[in-house]
Design a protein around this ligand. Structure first.
Ligand SMILES: *Cc1c(COP(=O)(O)O)cnc(C)c1O
Length: 353
């Protein structure tokens, strides 16, 4: 038998999700926080042109996309690092700090990739329980030891949708030692409407140990192409670039990301529509008698406890795929009005069962 790392014994094998279809053939995917909109015609057009060049390797440094992002956020190009989705950038970050004995602190429940990527990087996860479905920044600061090298703050938090506010985040950043990297994972930043939820880039500018993760997968609608990025000071961005697998960001992803930045205004209008639907869905759930944490992302969270699996099955019967995290709860992405209405009917039926 070939020998493998022992940690792999604890990593579950990937289980493909089955397609959810109702008896009358309806199917709505509200399980992955994708945008319900197809790519813009201008993006599809750019991809069609780019498709004729795929016999060539991509630009390994993604110079044009890096320059476009640097211009968009008014940062030096040396502060930008890319990856095949921000999940991969998170993996690259963990590779830059990971060795035996190193600790990585994050809230729990939070993004499901953090434990997996930490295990694979060979670091020790320190999970700090949420309080009221939101980050407990005091407890997270207290969990930092001299073995801690990285802290993830997922803002807004996946899967609960809750966000930490400016004053509490700033107080937390002040407490974290300067040799600990704080990664503000802002995959849902474009969906934030509470003016008191800070843009992480305002903190990164004068704090060399703060970096921001963003992605083209969610609001920009490019989940299938895999491109995300980090903005951080030069030592951080340079380390992340060093551990990138060569050519990880493919040429079509680079082209689509550049086209999406050009079409940003149009894409952000769609985000507005999703945010309006988010308000409608949350209010309808509250009216049905559910407790729904306030959400700044494109999903809602229901703490269902032992009912989590039964709830997901009830939704599936109506053709709605949600994301169950038993035994905690379920996350439901905001989709088209029709998908949301179908979900709301299933939720009402479950409530009055
Ligand atoms: C979706 C998501 C990401 C981004 O995923 P990619 O598709 O890899 O860019 C990153 N962080 C969180 C918290 C997410 O929910």
């Amino acid at each position: 038998m070939p020998r493998f790392r022992t940690i792999l014994d604890t990593v579950p094998a990937y289980k493909p999700g089955r397609a959810v279809v109702s008896a009358d053939g309806r199917s709505y995917k509200l399980s992955s926080n994708e945008t319900p909109y197809e790519p813009l015609p201008s993006v599809v057009e750019a991809l069609a042109v780019g498709a004729r060049e795929v016999h060539r390797y991509p630009d390994p440094a993604a110079v044009r996309l890096t320059e476009a992002l640097a211009a968009r956020y008014d940062v030096p190009t040396s502060h930008v690092a890319l990856g095949a989705g921000s999940v991969t950038v998170a993996q690259q970050l963990l590779q830059t700090v990971g060795e035996p004995g190193v600790e990585v602190v994050y809230a729990w429940r939070s993004f499901e990739a953090y434990p997996l990527l930490s295990d694979l990087a060979g670091v020790t996860s320190v999970r700090v329980p949420l309080v009221d479905e939101t980050h407990d920044l005091d407890a997270m600061a207290a969990a930092i030891t001299d073995r801690t090298r990285l802290v993830f703050v997922c803002n807004p938090n996946n899967p609960t949708g809750t966000a930490v506010r400016r004053a509490e985040l700033e107080a937390f950043l002040d407490r974290v030692p300067e040799n600990v990297l704080i990664v503000l994972d802002e995959a849902y930043r474009e969906y934030v409407r509470d003016a008191d939820v800070p843009d992480g880039l305002t903190f990164y500018r004068d704090r060399p140990n703060v970096a921001v993760l963003r992605t083209f997968s969610k609001a920009y609608g490019l989940a299938g192409l895999r491109v995300g990025y980090l903005i951080g000071h030069e030592p951080v961005a340079a380390a992340v670039r060093k551990v990138m697998v060569p050519f990880a960001v493919n040429s079509l992803a680079q082209i689509a990301a550049i086209a999406s930045l050009k079409a940003e205004a149009e894409l952000l209008e769609r985000v507005d529509t999703v945010v309006k639907e988010r308000t409608r869905v949350r209010e309808a759930l509250l009216a049905q008698g559910w407790e729904v944490p306030p959400t700044e992302a494109n999903f809602v969270w229901l703490r269902l406890g032992e009912d989590t699996t039964a709830f997901a099955e009830r939704c599936a019967a109506d053709g709605v795929a949600v994301r169950p995290y038993p035994p905690d709860g379920a996350r439901i992405s905001i989709g088209t009005p029709e998908a949301n209405d179908t979900f709301l009917n299933a939720a009402a039926a479950f409530k009055s069962r």
